[in-house]
Design a protein. Structure first.
Length: 162
């Protein structure tokens, strides 16, 4: 009788262990993928509910900033304060911005999953104390502009996929 009771307890404990293990696995998986659930895709980009867009071709994750005219210093502050999807964001290089450019794609020659009405996106690269480089998505090349310019410039954040 004691053996049957012990076997039942061991069975219950084993089942409890399995349930707890599954719960822990789900929790760890959620931490490993802080971007959230997938809400869209367009070939080689995947959008997540958190706003993160993963470019599977370039291996970069993107976040578009507020869709408003933005000076370079404002863009830098916005990126520096990002905590979305576990952080680790920075301003993109001109070469990273160029990976988004694809003539005729979306309304801005880039994936429509990165929502913006601006044609220019700031890069992290400065030329001197008063100017910085951006990328012009209308025709696909880098531009130099005053860091105080804001007309049609937007902020994007980027990070390598974790």
């Amino acid at each position: 009788m004691a053996t049957a009771k012990s076997s039942k307890i061991i069975g219950i404990l084993g089942s409890l262990f399995v349930v707890l293990s599954i719960g822990l696995s789900i929790s760890v998986a959620a931490q490993d993928d802080p971007k959230g659930r997938e809400i869209g895709h367009d070939g080689h980009c995947i959008a997540y509910a958190s706003g993160v867009v993963w470019d599977t071709k370039a291996g970069l994750e993107w976040l578009s900033g507020p869709d408003e005219n933005t000076m370079w210093d404002e863009a830098m502050r916005w990126v520096d304060n990002l905590t979305v999807a576990a952080g680790g964001w920075r301003m993109p290089t001109p070469d990273e911005l160029k990976t988004l450019y694809e003539k005729g794609r979306g309304t801005r020659n880039m994936t429509p999953l990165l929502e913006t009405t601006g044609w220019y996106v700031w890069s992290e690269e400065t030329k001197d104390s008063s100017s910085a480089w951006g990328f012009y998505f209308l025709i696909g090349y880098r531009v130099e502009e005053s860091r105080r310019a804001s007309s049609n410039f937007r902020a994007f954040a980027v990070r390598s996929r974790k």
